[in-house]
Design a protein around this ligand. Structure first.
Ligand SMILES: Nc1nc2c(c(=O)[nH]1)N[C@H]1C(S)=C(S)[C@@H](COP(=O)(O)OP(=O)(O)OC[C@H]3O[C@@H](n4cnc5c(N)ncnc54)[C@H](O)[C@@H]3O)O[C@H]1N2
Ligand code: MOO
Length: 436
């Protein structure tokens, strides 16, 4: 098996040849899912002013210290502070209160907010459930039924983020909460590594697009869809190009067309030892073709092509082979281009559940398709059950699977109950926020 490359060496060679894309400034929503490349400091305190966390009355805490239901404290209402209000607020004097809404600025002199439910709302009766309309309480004093401690229901200026402190560190993955923070800080754009632009090129003279009836010997291009969707799920901006017939000139022309708009190109098919292995023929020289100690996915190609030296991964044409190859090699490559610290999908250990022992070719790492069940409460391991056989044309079984089951190179069988490594395939695998 000495002529076969290991899966790990092949991935390491690909990652060594790549460098993360140059950072660009993007509008916030375009930066969703991207890796931040600047340290963002807080330009001005958040919140920018002391404000109320309740609808109620701004008061001097000392004024209401003795308030009870039986002996309410009566305060003169001297105005109102509403969120977004532009009027200058009066300075609160002893014996006075100011109507205040959630988020509205606290007037000078006030040091607490009494929620409206602890007052008569200016109506002269018992406690109210909500702030009465303005005309009902015009000029009326408010009776406070409960004390509020100094600082109660006040959100202090800078209590969320103090000016000059670090809000988000370079390396943070931006998701909903991080984008919200940037917006709150007033940032319209941020510097991030962009999503890689990917072009997917399916090769094969037998291929026709779905929606077109099949002629003799023809099949529908499925890899183009699997790989484009997989690239998008990995965070790329991916396009499926038209399929290319098994003619090297056509593939070179198609590549020429696509290279300028791609940070990475994926081809499928044409990499084995057949008479019409177009990718191998067209790209020999700039792409290195290898045979890996792996099943499926034995034939693989990788190189930097064109003047711009765009990374190109040439995947085998069998549908399962190309998808497994994507998960093992292309996804990490895309995440490396996007600057993600963690490029591979997380692996888990799981116990094999199967009716008959599984077999695997000697000296090759096999990736079978499986259905993974996470550990039950209190259990250390989940379970995994194979879905379909090992053949690399089994698309229907792939569509029912949610994990890859790894059988190591050294093993030729795996019995029920064996503990194995599993690669769950679900979700985008996105972990926001973390910068480590
Ligand atoms: N004599 C040998 N034959 C083969 C070997 C070998 O070592 N010696 N390796 C086999 C293995 S393993 C694989 S994997 C395939 C790889 O073949 P290619 O990458 O050259 O792919 P093609 O020959 O073009 O196609 C293989 C298979 O997949 C179908 N296909 C291709 N593209 C698509 C697509 N876009 N959508 C759906 N299906 C596609 C194609 O019709 C073929 O059936 O080689 C083995 N042979
Ligand atoms: O290496 Mo192939 O990918 O087994 O079908």
């Amino acid at each position: 098996m000495s002529d076969l490359w290991s899966v790990d060496d092949h991935l390491a060679d690909i990652l060594r040849a790549l460098r993360p894309l140059d950072p660009i400034a993007l509008p916030l929503l375009d930066a969703d899912g991207c890796v931040l490349t600047e340290d963002v400091t807080v330009p001005a305190a958040l919140p920018p002013f002391d404000n109320s966390s309740m609808d109620g009355y701004a008061v001097r805490a000392a004024d209401v210290a003795a308030a009870t239901g039986e002996r309410p404290v009566r305060l003169a209402v001297v105005g109102e502070s509403a969120a977004g209000g532009v009027d200058e607020l009066p300075v609160l004097r002893p014996g006075q209160a100011l109507r205040i809404m959630t988020g509205a600025p606290l007037p000078a002199g006030a040091d607490a907010v009494v929620p409206v439910e602890w007052t008569d709302g200016g109506l002269g009766g018992g406690p109210v459930a909500a702030m009465p309309a303005a005309d009902l309480r015009e000029g009326a004093p408010v009776r406070v039924h409960r004390p509020a401690a100094p600082g109660a229901h006040i959100r202090r200026r800078g209590s969320d983020a103090a000016a000059g402190t670090l809000a988000l560190a370079a390396g943070t993955v931006l998701g909903p909460a991080q984008l919200g923070l940037l917006a709150a800080l007033g940032r319209a754009r941020v510097e991030v590594r962009p999503r890689p632009r990917v072009v997917v090129l399916s090769t094969g003279s037998e291929l026709v697009p779905p929606g077109t009836p099949l002629g003799p010997g023809q099949i529908h291009d499925s890899n183009g869809f699997t790989l484009t969707a997989a690239a998008r799920a990995a965070g790329a901006v991916a396009y499926r190009a038209a399929t290319v017939a098994d003619e090297p000139e056509r593939l070179r022309a198609a590549l020429e067309d696509q290279l300028s708009r791609a940070d990475l190109v994926i081809t499928s098919g044409g990499v084995s030892v057949g008479a019409y292995d177009v990718v191998k023929e067209a790209l020999r020289g700039s792409v290195e073709f290898r045979r890996l100690a792996m099943q499926p996915g034995k034939p693989q190609g990788f190189g930097l092509v064109g003047r711009q030296r765009v990374p190109l991964l040439a995947l085998p044409g069998n549908p399962v082979s190309s998808y497994v190859s994507f998960e093992l090699f292309v996804r990490p490559a895309l995440r490396a281009l996007a600057g993600h610290p963690q490029v591979a999908r997380p692996r888990v250990r799981a116990r094999l559940v199967c009716d008959a022992p599984l077999t695997s070719p000697a000296g090759r790492r096999q990736y079978l398709r499986g259905a993974y069940t996470p550990p039950a409460p209190g259990e250390r391991l989940g379970t995994v059950r194979p879905v379909g056989g090992a053949s690399s044309h089994l698309l229907a079984a792939l569509a029912r699977a949610d994990a890859l089951i790894e059988i190591p190179e050294a093993a030729t069988t795996a019995e029920a109950g064996a503990e194995l490594t599993v690669v769950p395939l679900g979700g985008g695998g996105q972990e926001y926020g973390s910068s480590s």
